[in-house]
Design a binder for this molecule. Structure first.
Ligand code: NAD
Ligand code: UDP
Length: 310
């Protein structure tokens, strides 16, 4: 088996490359290194079954592979809002290019979608049948709407051209190799805690997320690609059901690092969802998947990783 991982030098992509290599795949990682880093795949670069191509998925590329995992897209609000037009291009033109490739070579393709397709959800927990509550013109729209169009393209290439598609709606995922400065809450808090700084809590810290450890997420990707059924092309939520407020994340981290952590309140960013938690019954019943790594265990591993960077 030969797999292409776009965004392969990023946080999730690099872990996925590791997992595929461990399963005996030949892996091609494609990345423009916008938020990813060669450091994340440095251990794979010398291998003969691993190839890195520096390329922007806004431009077409010709390759021969069996599976395509389309992960390329900045994922943290700071990065996807830096150049929002480019974010839309990456999601939309990237999906078009990868789907065109999949169609031409007969590859199976998985799109990394997001819980953000539900926007600030009015249904809780979120099921795949919920259409969401997304602001089409807000600061997060370049990401949310870009991913929604990517999902539309997946479905249309499937219906119109018979492309063998998969869509995974990824909920907040954390772990080693998150970028230090990428602004997501877990990496921010861990870096601040280890640096003796105050933790920046946005709003009153009561907003919730459900955090999934990276190994569990990558396991779901591979299960979804192996899943063969008439319903395999339907979107599927993957994430943890362990919902926590940002204030609870602070307390949990304080126990792990063993010190009291001071907090500095910052304004809540616009369109920041109030609550988020996946209904994962589809992943459980179709893929036999559920999150295995608990938050304390996963956060401890993440803290250990960031300590090695100091
Ligand atoms: P990341 O920023 O670490 O990885 C994204 C990778 O894509 C980076 O290596 C970046 O350099 C690359 N990239 C960006 N634009 C590109 C372009 N135009 N051409 C080629 N490469 C490009 O983020 P991540 O957390 O690993 O996210 C991976 C995917 O998963 C993204 O599609 C993201 O939207 C999705 N996702 C992640 C989460 C999460 O919590 N981590 C949640 C929902 C969805
Ligand atoms: N957040 C925070 N402090 C930070 C970074 C983020 O309180 O330093 C909050 C943010 O407002 C949001 C939650 O943490 O409510 C998760 O943010 P993140 O950017 O990690 O993910 P997303 O909002 O995309 O789910």
């Amino acid at each position: 088996m030969r797999s292409l991982v776009t965004g392969g030098a990023g946080f999730l992509g690099s872990h996925l490359c590791d997992r595929l290599i461990a399963e005996g795949h030949e892996v091609v990682a494609l990345d423009n290194l916008y938020t990813g880093s060669k450091q994340n795949i440095a251990h794979l670069l010398p291998r003969s079954d691993f190839t890195f191509i520096q390329h922007d998925i806004v431009d077409p590329i010709k390759l021969e592979v069996d599976w395509i995992f389309n992960l390329a897209c900045p994922a943290s609000p700071v990065h996807y809002q830096y150049n929002p037009v480019k974010t839309v291009k990456t999601s939309v033109m990237g999906a078009l290019n990868m789907l065109g490739l999949a169609k031409r070579i007969g590859a199976r393709i998985m799109q990394a979608s997001t819980s953000e397709v539900y926007g600030d959800p009015l249904e809780h927990p979120q099921t795949e049948s919920y259409w969401g509550n997304v602001n089409p013109i807000g600061l997060r729209s370049c990401y949310d709407e870009g991913k929604r169009v990517a999902e539309t393209l997946m479905m249309d290439y499937h219906r119109q051209n018979g492309v063998d598609t998969r869509i995974v709606r990824i909920f907040n995922t954390y772990g080693p190799r998150m970028a230090t400065g990428d602004g997501r809450v877990v990496s921010n808090f861990v870096v601040q805690a280890l640096g003796g700084e105050k933790l920046t809590v946005y709003g009153d810290g009561s907003q919730t997320r459900s955090f999934c450890f990276v190994d569990d997420m990558v396991d779901a990707f591979v299960r979804l690609m192996k899943y063969e059924s008439d319903d395999a092309h339907e979107p599927i939520n993957v994430g943890s059901s362990d919902e926590r407020s940002m204030n609870e994340v602070v307390s949990c981290l304080a126990e792990i690092v063993g010190t009291k952590l001071d907090v500095e309140k910052r304004p809540l960013p616009s369109d920041d969802p109030v609550r988020r938690k996946p209904d994962t019954s589809r992943a459980v019943s179709r893929l036999g998947w559920s999150a295995r790594v608990g938050f304390v265990e996963g956060l401890t591993k993440t803290v250990d990783y960031f300590r090695t960077l100091k």
